[in-house]
Design a protein. Structure first.
Length: 171
């Protein structure tokens, strides 16, 4: 797997150069078969990218489903972006903890989930992402772009407007 990670690092660095001046983040470029192997592989992949001076960011997804998984990837420095999958974590408290773990470690916290959530869970996720200063939030539900983008975007805009109105009303 170490040789494979080196070859992938070279390939991803090349893709990053092609994408320049845009940033490139790749989610789950290699499946190593277990959490421990995934952490070791992504650690080598990040090291290989760094050695090449590449700014390509690695997003962890598979093998990072629980709060313990998030802690393990964060502690190992095995990703640049942690995809916090809201339905998998089991509670709002666990989602908040996972987002804050990633953010406080200097990683990007991605408040994600799945396309087949409800509009209400998407709205709640938008609030959690804003409260925890997540780097990004998944536009959900649905596989189209418009529906999820509008549900999440409108909820975030509504919340930001309420915060501004409350701040303006303070003496």
């Amino acid at each position: 797997m170490a040789r494979l990670a080196g070859r992938f690092a070279a390939y991803l660095a090349e893709l990053g150069a092609i994408a320049h001046p845009y940033d490139l983040a790749i989610e789950h470029p290699i499946d190593a078969g277990s959490r421990e192997a995934q952490i070791a592989t992504f650690r080598r992949l990040r090291d290989g990218l760094s050695a090449r001076g590449s700014g390509v960011r690695i997003v962890v997804d598979e093998w990072c489903n629980t709060l313990d998984d998030v802690r393990a990837f964060v502690d190992a420095g095995a990703a640049d972006v942690i995809h916090v999958k809201t339905p998998d974590l089991g509670s709002i408290g666990n989602v908040v903890t996972a987002l804050l773990l990633a953010r406080d470690a200097g990683l990007e916290a991605y408040c994600g989930g799945t396309c087949n959530e409800t509009d209400r869970s998407a709205q709640v996720s938008a609030h959690l992402a804003m409260a925890c200063e997540a780097t990004q939030v998944l536009a959900k539900p649905g596989m189209g772009v418009d529906e999820g983008l509008m549900i999440v975007g409108n909820e975030m805009a509504r919340t930001a407007a309420l915060v501004r109105a409350r701040e303006a009303a303070r003496p």
